[in-house]
Write a protein that binds this ligand. Structure first.
Ligand code: ARG
Ligand code: ZN
Ligand code: CA
Length: 321
């Protein structure tokens, strides 16, 4: 317990340092003028948000330690996973200013379809996984079903990363029963940010995922090279407790998953194989790296266990069962 607490504490520091070069205040000022710009670099807002919540709420650290212990026992003792498919009802909140931001139902459904493929390893590009990692490809066995779409027009040009879109009182839309639904807000975040997620264990009112409309789904108003719906796959990975594959730090930082190789930094674009870091080949094609949509196509078995541990008895997302 002690050791694990330290570990979580260290995590907070890791996240703080990995994000410290991103000036938050100027970021938010710039947001106002940047509508629908094309993202060139991924940023770590999910990690940043976790750090912020940890500093504001000391109780949350305790919760995270509990979740971490559960995940550990689960993977180490191979505790019984909930058998078979885990169903995740999804509610999509579209908050738009321009017509094209008011994305079509077809575009929304295309995102649900991508999630269902990626979380069952039935995506067609999974065949590109190199031999070295082929045995680690996981069918995580989650099934996403679109439950409801809400739509709201707003004059706001960009929403930032401070959860404003999640509250009707701030011009957004309230989450709908987050203990039983994955809430996804689709609105222009701004600042070149594709999306961000809240890790398990946070405030239920802000639980869920946010994605900018031009990176949501794989048809309609989408923008290359993030036009294959993998932003939501990545963010839902965070929502299911996955860390970035490089552990948001140097070679000694961990993502708490044993079958993902250690790495020291994110990969961008479409890296060739092999990409060597920390003395091993990076799993650059993992959804939890920062590569382009067409170059990420797998979760690992260890990541699958970590995600599904949340649904074991007493787990942070057990209420979905
Ligand atoms: N949180 C990351 C960002 O906003 C998401 C990266 C997703 N990567 C992708 N290829 N779609 O930049
Ligand atoms: Zn991320
Ligand atoms: Ca690892």
């Amino acid at each position: 317990m002690k050791k694990l607490s330290m570990c979580i504490l260290a995590l907070g520091l890791i996240f703080a340092s990995s994000c410290e070069n991103e000036e938050n205040s100027t970021e938010l000022q710039n947001l106002e003028n940047q509508e629908e710009i094309t993202a060139t670099q991924r940023k770590c807002y999910s990690a940043e948000m976790l750090e912020k919540q940890l500093s504001e709420n000391p109780e949350m650290a305790k919760k995270l330690v509990e979740i971490e212990e559960k995940s550990r026992n689960f993977s180490e003792n191979d505790l019984k996973a909930p058998n078979g498919t885990i169903g995740i009802p999804v509610i999509v909140h579209v908050i738009y200013r321009t017509n094209r931001q008011n994305i079509s139902n077809a575009q929304i459904q295309s995102q649900i379809d991508v999630l269902n493929k990626d979380f069952t390893a039935t995506n067609s590009d999974v065949s590109q996984v190199p031999n070295e990692f082929a045995g680690r490809v996981a069918n995580a066995n989650f099934r996403f079903t679109l439950q409801q779409v809400t739509r709201k027009q707003s004059s706001r040009r960009s929403w930032g990363t401070r959860n404003r879109m999640k509250f009707a009182s701030r011009g957004g839309v309230d989450a709908i029963d987050p203990s039983r639904n994955l809430n996804i807000w689709v609105c222009n975040i701004g600042g070149g940010i594709l999306g961000y997620a809240q890790f398990p264990g946070g405030n239920p009112a802000t639980d869920g995922v946010v994605v900018s409309p031009q990176y949501f789904g794989d048809r309609g108003f989408v923008s290359a090279p993030f036009d294959e719906g993998r932003t939501a796959t990545h963010e839902v990975g965070h929502w299911l407790n996955l860390r970035h594959i490089w552990g948001d730090g140097n070679c000694s930082r961990d993502d708490f998953v044993s079958d993902t190789p250690v790495s020291s930094a994110p990969n961008y674009g479409c890296p060739r194989y092999p990409t060597v870091r920390c003395g091993s080949n990076d799993m650059t094609m993992n959804y939890m790296d920062y590569v382009d949509d067409r170059c990420m196509y797998m979760f690992s078995n260890g990541q699958k266990n970590r995600m599904r541990a949340l649904f074991s008895s007493g787990g942070a997302r057990e209420s979905f069962l």
